[in-house]
Design a protein around this ligand. Sequence first.
Ligand code: SF4
Length: 338
Amino acid sequence: MAEKEIEEKVYKSIIKTIKDVPLEEYYTSGHRTCQGCESALVMRFLAKAAGPRTIVIGATGCMYVANTTYYTTSWVVPWVHTQLGGSGAAALGTAAALRALMRKGKIKQEPINVIAFCGDLGCADMGLSGVSNAMTYDYNLLIILYDNESSANTDIQETSMTPYGAQTSFSRPGKARRIMKRRWKKNVVPIIIAGHRNVKYAATMTPAYPLDAINKIRKALTIGGPTFIHSLDPCPKGWDYDPKFSHELGVLAVETGIWPLYEYVNGEIIYNEPTKSIVEGRMKRKPVKEYLEKQGRFSHFTEEDIEYVQRMVDEMYEEWEIPGVMPIKSINVKISDK
Ligand code: SF4
């Protein structure tokens, strides 16, 4: 498709108000996720945004275990389970098979969405090489990282997506050492866009902003592949809070600046609200304390720990060349005279 044609299609695919969101559900009742699970909302949004001509591929994780228990499933569209690290390969194989079948005239030529979803381990840790490989081809596929910041379905183990200092079953605070998780969370969208020239669209989202999330999924599917979305999903079980605060925590993650909302399209970074207002200086970020103190996983934090996280987030907006996105503080081009 020509660039102009894609732009027109993307424009037409955008849903303007929440009242215009399709009523049809393709991820429906019957799943067994925890009360207040925001990852279940991601599944609902992706199915709603994509519609019935869609194949969904799910790596092992909460959204596999909870959605396909004992011969039942909440998926109304075709759904495939793949191994924990297999979503990149499975998405690539499915998209390539559809293209070959259409080319040979075995199935009708029509747009069929291929969406693979994977959690922290399945996408950002052991599955990253497969996802990276899928991003180097030109097949139409979307990979969604649903990030609940732990290996939640096997009892909240630490992953590379677990935030600094958070308690997990692998990082309990001890007497000798209060902070057991000392590594900073991996920044996946910049890895994808910096390392894969073929990627046509990438974005961050959180289900607390439903229209933003649904439209990002629709844009990715309309632009074609390969495309990638990283969603931050509050998880009552792993983050240790009352399920009624799921939405509030998603909003706080964005308003404190911990989770910036942006899109990468045609080589440009486009900030989405309210991150846009934060970056342009029209909105003040809320203190990270408001986000951290609502979660039991940070209950061992001292004022010093909170200040450390605040300093790290301040740096993202005050010192990075691309605020909230790339940890590059300056570009200094030196030409060697040797
Ligand atoms: S453990 Fe977390 S991600 Fe998994 S189903 Fe429960 S709330 Fe959802």
